[in-house]
Design a binder for this molecule. Structure first.
Ligand code: MN
Length: 578
């Protein structure tokens, strides 16, 4: 796509200066990617162009975000590019591109680390909502062209999307992109299930849609007009495949529990109208008990607002309705990105009640949002949403890319103990991003931490100064205790020395048993016990064992010498036990 065509699709609100900035990013990215191809064989630049345009048209974000989206993959080509970007495009754009490069290092491979901590890390490292938005659209475009990748890689990306990206989009209330990336990833993460579901729903959905389009919606429109309720929009939407799949799994694959395979969505002007529409629907059709959900009075944790009801509709078909205002609708689709758009358009602001939400950070976002006045620009608003929800946690990576989350102020020693107590106990050195650091070093979010261990090394009491977390401290303390305990024995150095006794005995019945009794009295662990006949009269017995100490050996020898039939006892030390 050439610049002229691209320019036409940018938001109409952009100034000359805004457009000039985007143009420079467009040219710079085109230059950097000029010899690169995507796996599909297309020129690489088609990818950043598609991603940035999608953001521009869907969300109408500001020029810094669009420029960063154009530049989001340039650093792959060359690491020095970030410096150039700072010089050419300024701090704001380079901050965003840098955020994107950090987030890109996070890889999720499944179970080892909880998906939750990877999600947190994702958000903590992005540091800015705009970085997350660009990553979500980047991922969507990659999923749409995923067929070009080899199977294994395809599946990993698809799973990572379902586990990490989709929940992050959900938390930001960005329902539209969440549903898109979920369905795009579902196809590759669970191909058989996807195929089955598509086949299974094809008829059901089209039958449903016919019914809603021809019967329900016309009747409803007429009735709402009678009541003088003006409708912004009334449409039906088929349930998305992945959310349908999850619901079926939850409900034992029972299709009869799926009432929203295709639901009717009514968008009205005001809050009062929402409740009025609900009343009208219930006047005509009987609601299913327990299926009325007032997400306006009690929004979902991600801020979602709507009224839902499920009724026995025309021909007694069970049908779900969703009722909302235009603002609620846009917020449901675009989440956090929709908030400022309303401010900008200067439309009446609804009084936002703060419900008691568990997700503190969404609440915080909204609080901040409230503090902003109407004249603030979109870019400034989003800039204000720098994420420090996790400011008391740091998220660091192992060289393999696993995420370890630690409290702020934790050191590389804490990191080592959080991987495994053995690693902590035998830590000898540490590297951060490939540079040697002291053991007292405190890594920052996004750092790659590598631990070097020394076999048989035991922690000393100095380690307690380096450790900040209770987990590491308790491991060190118990290792120190263990060491003190052992050192009591190691003072008497014979402990680990194998001793061999040579006994010459006169052959008699019961002599072996007598010797055995003596050995058992001293509770020694005999390693070998060899009897050899020398002639008719004498035999030689060799016993190897690990005595507690020298005194024990002397006592055993004395006892043996006092035993009837023992002619001679000699002792010698053998090798050291390892
Ligand atoms: Mn990309």
């Amino acid at each position: 796509m050439d610049w002229e065509k691209y320019k036409e699709k940018l938001p109409k609100t952009y100034s000359e200066k805004d457009i000039a900035l985007v143009k420079r990013a467009f040219d710079f990215a085109s230059e950097i990617h000029k010899d690169e191809k995507r796996e599909s064989g297309e020129p690489y630049i088609t990818h950043p162009i598609a991603v940035s345009l999608e953001i521009a048209t869907e969300l109408e974000l500001g020029p810094y975000t669009i420029a960063a989206a154009l530049l989001h993959d340039t650093y792959e080509a060359d690491n020095t590019v970030l410096d150039t970007i700072r010089k050419k495009f300024g701090e704001e754009v380079s901050f965003l591109v840098k955020g994107l490069t950090k987030v890109d290092k996070i890889e999720y491979h499944g179970a080892e680390r909880s998906a939750e901590s990877v999600r947190k890390m994702f958000m903590a490292m992005a540091q800015d909502i705009r970085v997350i938005i660009i990553k979500l659209f980047d991922r969507l475009h990659n999923l749409e062209t995923l067929h070009a990748l080899p199977g294994e890689k395809r599946e990993r990306i698809a799973r990572e999307t379902l586990e990490i990206y989709a929940p992050v989009a959900d938390r930001l209330g960005m329902g539209k992109i969440r549903l898109k990336i979920e369905d795009a990833a579902f196809k590759y993460a669970h191909p058989k299930e996807y195929e089955w579901l598509v086949k299974e729903t094809r008829e059901k959905v089209s039958e449903r849609e016919e019914y809603l389009k021809k019967k329900v919606i016309p009747l409803l429109k007429k009735e709402l007009q009678k009541e003088k309720i003006s409708i912004q929009d009334i449409h039906y939407r088929a349930k998305h495949y992945y959310s349908l799949w999850k619901k079926l799994l939850r409900n034992n694959m029972d299709w009869y529990t799926i009432y929203d395979l295709a639901a009717v969505r009514i968008v009205v002007n005001s809050l009062e109208d929402c409740y009025a529409v609900l009343g009208i629907i219930h006047k005509f059709w009987k609601p299913l008990p327990g299926r009325i959900k007032d997400y306006i009075a009690l929004p979902k944790q991600n801020g979602y607002k709507s009224l839902h009801t499920t009724v026995f509709c025309i021909d007694k078909k069970i049908t779900e309705f969703q009722i909302r205002t235009l603002q609620m609708h846009e917020e449901a689709e675009q989440g956090i990105a929709a908030h400022w758009a309303w401010e900008m358009a200067g439309k009446p602001r609804e009084i936002r009640k703060m419900p008691h939400q568990k997700t503190a950070w969404i609440k915080q976002l909204r609080e901040w949002h409230k503090q902003f006045n109407k004249n603030v620009s979109s870019e400034d608003f989003l800039k204000s949403l720098k994420i420090d929800f996790f400011k008391d946690r740091i998220f660091v990576l192992t060289p393999k890319g696993d995420v370890i989350d630690l409290p702020e102020g934790a050191t590389v020693v804490d990191f080592a103990y959080h991987i495994h107590s053995d690693i902590g106990n035998s830590i000898s050195a540490a590297k951060i991003n490939n540079h040697i650091v002291p053991l007292s070093y405190e890594p920052a979010s996004g750092d790659i931490v590598e631990i070097f261990i020394q076999k048989n090394k035991k922690p000393n009491s100095k380690m307690l100064d380096y450790a900040k977390t209770p987990v590491a401290k308790s491991h060190i303390k118990s290792a120190l205790k263990r060491r003190n305990f052992l050192s009591k024995f190691s003072d008497k150095k014979t402990e680990k020395i194998k001793t061999e006794l040579n006994i010459i005995v006169e052959e008699r019945i019961g002599i072996i048993k007598d010797i055995g009794t003596i050995l058992s009295l001293f509770r020694i662990n005999v390693e070998s016990f060899i009897t050899k006949e020398t002639d008719n009269k004498y035999a030689s017995i060799t016993i190897a064992f690990y005595p507690k100490n020298k005194e024990q050996v002397d006592k055993i020898i004395t006892r043996l010498k006092n035993t009837k039939g023992v002619e001679e006892v000699s002792a010698k030390n053998k090798e050291t036990k390892h």
